[in-house]
Write a protein that binds this ligand. Structure first.
Ligand SMILES: *Cc1c(COP(=O)(O)O)cnc(C)c1O
Length: 497
């Protein structure tokens, strides 16, 4: 089996999965993919009898072939040992005749934890024997930043520097990041939107002069964004795990296809479902569910990806994204590994802000993926209806996917909505959807009201935020982000230390 990883834009310079995880992004700006590990089938049979950690060990061992069995086992134990507040890690629960895959039981109450509790472990293992320190640089639309901070805080030899769009994350998300503890963390608000911050982070990674200056201090940069292989791979696990849970519940028989509805931003989560399908899981359709920033829906309908459009601030801010980076990986696989095509499409995106995919490649994509969209008002209606009818409280991101599902007739297949955040991360929006007046309520008052109204409980780490002091208040312009990274690296790794 060819177990190497290479850029989506070139077959040259193959690397191991450890090297890919440390680098984050390929030197040519492409994303790391492996042809071999997805082409060789995973024996699924042993997965059904196990539990989440045993499934994680098998899937990670397969997708990261240069990690030893012991290395993977240690990473899984440290990442999922006692960090999630549900013994199933990602429990599947009923909602009406359908299912929710609850991905928000980790320390920061969003699905990003599943990957970001694991990534520091994988990096730690990949770094072993490398004398250098690693500075994680991360742009966030709200949830990745906190999950990265929680995953990397006080991890030996690592620092983490997070940028979020000023004023465009929820109260709770802001406090989660601004109060982060740890001697190796830095948090900055950026004037602009998520795409501005992500675009600048990509430029920082490509900045050779900066890399040389940092190398002089024994530091290199890496990414905790979902472009990192180490972010993507842990997410494949819960698709397989969800299938195992449905089997246990008798909701599917072995071999039955299951449809997944995925609230989508950067296309990482839904791409992991595609990886699970490539590994042999009976996945029916993957529904790419968008809010008003519906560039992916338009892409699936027309074959043209066009980012030249207004940016909408919605009640599902973690999906307010116009450039879905991980789509590049799907283009690679759907074109049967045509690096030249991928490179030219990405050049079009950079130069013109748009690209058009050849018809056969679109056919391949559409054979698995469907697009669906939901407005904020539709999502509010879904939150209210799902609470009143099914007694299940959804967060606004999950509501996007549930809205798309509710608009479709069931096709006889089991349907699973990926629940990506706790409703308590967005308590004011959820309360408003339930018809409450939220004028003047801050995040904590909203949490209390939501708990009193619904008889549900906020996750403990979110309630605890109210007692924590704000540590980070700095707002920077986009063109000052590179300097901020350098300052943070200097503070975390003082020269000669
Ligand atoms: C990040 C995020 C998403 C989008 O996931 P992608 O992998 O970027 O598509 C959806 N919901 C929530 C709550 C998120 O934090």
């Amino acid at each position: 089996m060819d177990s190497f990883y290479h850029s989506t834009r070139s077959l040259l310079e193959p690397v191991t999965s450890k090297q890919a995880i440390l680098a984050g992004i390929a030197p040519d700006g492409g994303l790391y993919v492996s042809d071999g590990v997805l082409a060789s089938p995973l024996d699924l049979e042993p997965l059904w009898a196990g539990d989440y950690p045993s499934r994680a060990r098998r899937v990670l061992g397969h997708l990261l072939p240069d990690f030893t069995e012991q290395e993977v086992a240690g990473c899984v134990r440290r990442a999922y040992g006692d960090t999630f507040d549900d013994p199933a890690v990602t429990p599947v629960t009923p909602v009406g005749d359908d299912w929710l895959l609850e991905l928000f039981h980790g320390p920061t109450s969003a699905f990003k934890d599943v990957a970001l509790q694991m990534l520091p472990q994988l990096m730690g293992q990949a770094r072993a024997g490398d004398g250098r320190d690693v500075m994680i640089v991360c742009a966030t639309s709200g949830d990745t930043g906190k999950a990265a901070l929680a995953g990397f805080a006080d991890v030996e030899g690592c620092g983490v520097c997070v940028f979020y769009p000023d004023g465009k994350v929820s109260d709770v998300q802001h406090l989660q990041m601004a109060t982060q503890a740890g001697g190796n963390v830095a948090v900055y608000a950026v004037r602009g939107n998520f795409d501005d911050a992500q675009g600048e982070v990509k430029r920082i990674f490509a900045d050779r002069d900066l890399a040389v200056r940092l190398a002089g201090e024994g530091v290199f940069l890496s990414s905790a964004n979902s472009i990192n292989v180490g972010r993507l791979v842990p997410q494949v696990v819960y698709y397989l795990d969800a299938y195992a849970q449905l089997l246990e519940r008798g909701a599917v028989a072995m071999g039955d296809e299951v449809d997944f509805y995925v609230p989508t931003g950067n296309f990482g989560d839904v791409l992991a479902g595609y990886y699970a399908k490539r590994l042999g899981l009976p996945v029916g359709r993957l529904h790419v569910c968008s809010n008003a920033n519906d560039v992916l829906c338009d892409f699936l309908a027309t074959g043209t990806y066009d980012r030249r459009r207004p940016f909408h601030k919605t009640i599902s801010p973690s999906m307010d994204i116009l450039v879905s980076s991980n789509l590049e990986r799907l283009l690679y696989f759907a074109s049967d590994g045509d690096c030249e095509l991928v490179a030219s499409l990405m050049a079009d995106l950079a130069e013109k802000g748009a690209y058009t995919v050849p018809a056969p490649v679109m056919d391949a994509i559409r054979s698995t993926f469907s697009g669906g969209r939901a407005t904020d008002d539709e999502c509010r209606g879904t939150i209210r209806r799902t609470w009143e009818r099914d007694g299940v409280l959804l967060d606004p991101h999950t509501a996007v996917a549930k809205t798309v599902l509710d608009a479709q007739e069931p096709q006889g297949r089991a349907r699973v909505v990926l629940a990506t955040a706790s409703p308590y991360k967005f308590p004011a929006e959820v309360l408003a959807a339930l018809g409450e007046d939220v004028a003047g309520l801050d995040g904590f008052a909203a949490m209390d009201r939501l708990a009193a109204l619904t008889g549900t409980e906020p996750p403990a780490p979110l309630s605890a935020l109210r007692d924590r002091a704000v540590r980070f208040t700095e707002v920077v312009d986009r063109d000052a982000m590179g300097a901020a990274v350098e300052r943070a690296a200097g503070a975390v790794f003082p020269a000669g230390a």
